[in-house]
Design a protein around this ligand. Structure first.
Ligand code: G
Ligand code: G
Ligand code: MN
Ligand code: NA
Length: 257
């Protein structure tokens, strides 16, 4: 209960921060995007990870103002980077299923984009498979509207949920993010690379971009390059960093697509 009260106050007290992790081209390590990752600097408990407060935020509905804050703040950061001459890159923002089900979601997103002055093409919303399982017509409608507005949609943690090939075909998904558990197990046995290859083929055949998450070693990178995986993310390239570190990395690094 204490945490819930703290969570309510956190937005007003400016205790939330966004960290950024680069998404890179595996061919040449150029930065093609940045994923926004929420952090809570609690006054007494220190840094609290999203997995420790997002479920509570979802249960209490606080995820709505919190998610709007994340989107607005991250779009503002992106605008500043672009205004400072950083080559075009895509901002990836995680979206909770609770947000997707909120009737005001589409309007909120389009308003924030217009107000922050970025192009919809510069924004990718990351959703998880579980939300698609429900396949409610309202969620399909929301995704189609966002797509029509020019926003990209990616499927996060791909392969861990109850993937249905049906929704991949019916929904406007632009990008599959292969869950990091597959990359971690890459050399555990002979089947693992085949699973990743199959996801790559699936994505390619459906005209989707595929991002390998959780790349931590040169060996993993080399293997993924050999499999013709084009994009990746992980501690091997960079850990998530605060906005000022992200801004200086971007200005020293030719990004682009
Ligand atoms: O950054 P970290 O590994 O702690 O993230 C843990 C989980 O929290 C990940 O699944 C990530 O997608 C999720 N997450 C991070 N930031 C946000 C956010 O702004 N909104 C939502 N809904 N989830 C987030
Ligand atoms: O579920 P989602 O993909 O949004 O989760 C993002 C989380 O994954 C972030 O909290 C980030 O810290 C974490 N992460 C990013 N790269 C790596 C990595 O190479 N290894 C591990 N173990 N975690 C990572
Ligand atoms: Mn994510
Ligand atoms: Na993921």
């Amino acid at each position: 209960v204490r945490l819930e009260a703290d969570l309510r106050a956190a937005l007003e007290r400016d205790e939330f921060h966004i960290h950024y992790q680069p998404i890179v081209s595996l061919k040449d390590s150029r930065i093609v995007g940045m994923e926004a990752l929420l952090r809570w600097q609690h006054p007494h408990q220190g840094l609290i990870a999203p997995s420790d407060f997002i479920p509570l935020a979802e249960d209490t509905g606080l995820i709505l103002p919190m998610g709007e804050w994340v989107l607005r703040t991250a779009c503002g950061h992106l605008k500043t980077w672009l205004d400072n001459g950083v080559p075009p890159l895509r901002l990836a923002v995680n979206i909770s299923p609770v947000q997707l089900k909120d009737p005001g979601f589409t309007d909120m997103v389009t308003t924030v984009i217009k107000e922050s002055g970025i192009k919809p093409d510069n924004l990718e919303l990351e959703i998880t498979e579980t939300v698609l399982m429900e396949q409610t017509s309202s969620i399909v409608e929301v995704l189609l509207k966002l797509k029509a507005f020019g926003i990209h949609i990616s499927l996060d943690d791909f392969g861990t949920g109850y993937s249905s090939l049906n929704y991949l075909q019916n929904l406007p998904i632009d990008t599959l993010k292969i869950d990091r558990s597959f990359i971690r197990k890459l050399f555990f046995n002979q089947e693992q690379p085949k699973i990743i290859e199959t996801i790559l083929t699936l994505g390619n055949n459906l005209g989707m971009e595929v991002i390998a998450e959780g790349i931590e070693t040169t060996e993993q990178l080399k293997k993924l390059q050999a499999m013709k995986c084009r994009q990746g993310q992980g501690f091997f390239f960079s850990r998530p960093m605060d906005e000022s570190a992200a801004a200086s990395l971007l200005s020293s690094f030719p990004g682009a697509k």
